[in-house]
Design a protein around this ligand. Structure first.
Ligand SMILES: C[S@@+](CC[C@H](N)C(=O)[O-])C[C@H]1O[C@@H](n2cnc3c(N)ncnc32)[C@H](O)[C@@H]1O
Length: 170
């Protein structure tokens, strides 16, 4: 059976993975690079649990809605390679400059995640880095009608219907 994670099932009770069916998070993790400055960001414990469960060290994780970089920072901590996409260039610059230079891939693209050209750029980048697939994709797209993230036309939080939203992702 292929190995999907690093959890030792013999000792699962000692692992950091939450096994309760209901996750009650009393306080969001604000340690390290998680500064909680961005409205509509992940509680870091959520991507952390996904990454621990569904990937292993050195796997490649993809987040097409990077925002403030919560998934990227969790990947850094958990020694995963990471590729992300975000529409807002200021966020891209901030997160990219915050990521350490290590032997892992830690790359953020500025672009539209519904656009085929963005995926072509990522594909070329991965090819140059002798990689062709991601092992885990974590998607945290804008919530309809709740948080407006920017005035950019391509921003999914500005779309009026699901049909007009998903482009290449469907
Ligand atoms: C819910 S937030 C993600 C928050 C992120 N998980 C974090 O912890 O900060 C959604 C993000 O998607 C970005 N976004 C919206 N439309 C996009 C698109 N078409 N392509 C790429 N990013 C987009 C927004 O700018 C916003 O930062």
């Amino acid at each position: 059976m292929p190995k999907f994670n690093d959890i030792d099932l013999e000792n699962w009770k000692e692992s950091d993975v939450w096994t309760d069916s209901l996750w009650i998070i009393h306080e969001r993790d604000k340690s390290g690079k998680h500064s909680n400055f961005y409205h509509g960001n992940f509680v870091p414990q959520i991507p952390r649990q996904f990454i621990l469960r569904y990937s292993k060290e050195n796997d490649l994780v993809f987040d097409p809605f990077l925002g403030s970089g919560t998934t990227a920072y969790e990947c850094e901590t958990l020694k995963r390679n990471f590729v992300g996409v975000e529409l807002q260039s200021k966020l891209v610059e901030k997160v990219q400059s915050n990521l350490d230079k290590t032997d892992k891939i830690a790359k953020v693209f500025c672009g539209d995640s519904t656009n085929r050209e963005t995926f072509e750029e990522i594909h070329q980048f991965l090819k140059a880095n002798k990689s062709s697939r991601v092992q885990l994709a974590i998607l945290h797209p804008p919530y309809a009608d709740i948080v407006k993230f920017s005035d950019l036309e391509e921003d999914l939080s500005n779309r009026k219907s699901l049909k007009s939203s998903w482009g290449v992702l469907l």
